[in-house]
Design a protein around this ligand. Structure first.
Ligand code: TPP
Ligand code: MG
Length: 322
């Protein structure tokens, strides 16, 4: 597939932005000023970046607890994301949600959920609405390998295929559910093949390779947009850090031996850079983008740190149940 320079750099900007934001969170997290658990997506950046590079602004995405990459790749406002980590009124969930409950509907990000598998049916519901209203839009659900073990995943695939809904299921398979490796959870690790039971087309791609993800997502999204129904894209990725927090002391204790060999660790950003240099992109092109991102990040953290906390009198303002 031949991608123009603009698209190639758009994907680079997205991967690099996610990488830099995650590293900044990691750098500052020990200060204990961000009053939220965080699930860093370091190592997995190519998936949200390359999938979202195929979407229109009005297409909707639905995300999980490992949410930052999805939010940023869909174009979510960075200042509101960081303010949410600091529990500020200016946060994207008004400081009440934290890192697992981010949202920016202005760019088609319709929320992330801490309930594993919880947002998969939300994407199916959105796709049903798109079909009924003949919108020509697509809904994308991002979830992990453990979420594919929830019953709701199968119910969602069933309804989506029965009604031929424009939804793409994107499974980021990092092979871990917190500290449980897939080999102790599943007799067959292949998640993509589960779509066959519902006659849903599926593909497995190397999630560390941005171009492979982009091409896989392009085919999946075109399939859904053209009215042919759902598609499952399984992206095999590496989660570099522990399950949650920054600096998980348990990180390596439960890893399978093959994960611990330095030579098996891959870097989606560096691999993509190498690819770009072979496509006549210069290091100056990338430097300009990176400088711009650094400035955005500095401003976003300043905004988050300096914004006001919610008014105590309004603590119950957004509670819908008692
Ligand atoms: C319904 C439900 N069950 C269990 C949990 C506890 N939990 C939080 S994250 C997680 C693992 C999720 O793994 P996966 O879906 O593969 O995503 P990853 O963390 O690997 O990105 C579990 C079991 C939860 N939040 N919700
Ligand atoms: Mg996982």
């Amino acid at each position: 597939m031949k991608l123009g320079k603009e698209k190639l750099l758009e994907i680079y900007r997205s991967i690099s932005k996610i990488r830099k934001v995650e590293l900044k969170i990691e750098e500052l997290y020990h200060l204990d000023e961000m009053k939220t658990p965080v699930h860093l997506c370091l190592g997995q950046e190519a998936v949200p970046a390359a999938v979202c590079a195929n979407l229109k602004r009005e297409d909707m995405i639905f995300s999980n607890h490992r949410s930052h990459g999805h939010y940023l790749a869909k174009g979510g406002d960075m200042g509101s994301l960081i303010a949410e980590f600091y529990c500020k009124e200016t946060g994207c969930a008004k400081g009440r949600g934290g890192s697992m409950h981010v949202i920016d509907t202005s760019v088609g990000h319709y929320g992330s959920s801490a309930i594993v598998g919880g947002s998969i049916p939300h994407a199916v519901g959105a796709a049903l609405a798109f079909k009924m209203k003949k919108k020509g839009l697509v809904a994308v659900s991002f979830f992990g390998d453990a979420a594919s073990e929830e019953g709701v995943f199968y119910e969602s695939m069933n309804l989506a295929q029965l009604k031929k809904l424009p939804v793409v299921f994107v499974c980021e398979n990092n092979r871990y559910s917190v500290c449980s490796h897939v080999s102790v959870r599943q007799p067959n690790e292949d998640i993509s093949m589960r779509a066959k039971a519902f006659d849903i087309p599926a593909k497995q791609v190397d999630g560390m390779n941005a171009i492979e993800v982009y091409e896989g997502a392009k085919a999946a999204i075109e399939h859904a947009r053209s009215g042919k129904g759902p598609y499952l894209l399984e992206c095999k990725v590496q989660r570099w850090r522990g399950h949650a927090g920054a600096g998980d002391p348990m990180k390596d204790q439960y890893r399978v031996p093959e994960d611990l060999e330095d030579s098996s660790v891959r870097d989606p950003l560096e691999e993509y850079k190498e690819y770009l240099f072979g496509k006549k992109v210069s290091s100056d092109d990338l430097k300009m983008i990176d400088q711009d991102i650094d400035e955005q990040i500095e401003a976003a953290f300043k905004f988050g740190q300096e914004s006001p906390l919610p008014d105590k009198a309004e603590l119950e303002k957004y509670l819908f149940a008692e």
